[in-house]
Design a binder for this molecule. Structure first.
Ligand code: MG
Length: 163
């Protein structure tokens, strides 16, 4: 297989009264990620991983947070545009492995929906999406419930030359 790997990371502060959107799924919570877009750390990490795998820069270059067009933007739409750019570069996602770092709420009940949603956006089977969540046991800003973060690793397959 002619393949490339990419890695992404994102972190956003948590604020009272914001919706908590993770992996394209709205999760009931008193706190949500603050940011210019809907601040979905999972989809931002996946987007950066895909862009990185294809040498296409990063999410901030594609969708600047100074651009009012992306105010409260749906990160699923942004990731969809990244997937289109990846396809134009002659690549397609194979699998993605995500780790979420969040102290609360407990994410276990929502992981299957996040997995399905990410798989749908990437156009891969759910079995090719890993969603893992962990707390930081009270350490640092994430452990104190002040921020949420995510990392993602993706593999993309390159179409054979001339195909
Ligand atoms: Mg972000």
């Amino acid at each position: 297989m002619n393949a490339r790997v990419g890695h992404g990371f994102d972190i956003h502060p948590l604020e009272a009264g914001r919706p908590l959107v993770l992996g394209g799924v709205e999760i009931p919570s008193e706190f949500g990620c603050a940011g210019h877009s809907d601040a979905d750390v999972v989809l931002h990490a996946v987007s950066d991983a895909l862009l990185g795998a294809c040498g296409l820069g990063d999410l901030g270059e594609w969708f600047p947070d100074t651009d009012p067009a992306y105010k409260d933007a749906d990160s699923a739409m942004l990731l969809g545009r990244v997937v289109e750019a990846v396809a134009r570069a002659g690549a397609s996602p194979v699998n993605v492995d995500i780790t979420l770092y969040l102290e609360r709420p407990r994410l276990a009940p929502f992981k299957p929906a996040m997995r399905d949603r990410v798989a749908q956006i990437l156009g891969v089977p759910a079995s090719c999406v890993g969603v893992k969540a962990r707390t930081l046991e009270g350490f640092g800003p994430i452990g104190k419930g002040e921020a949420a973060a995510a990392t993602a690793v993706v593999l993309v397959e390159l179409a054979p030359r001339g195909s």
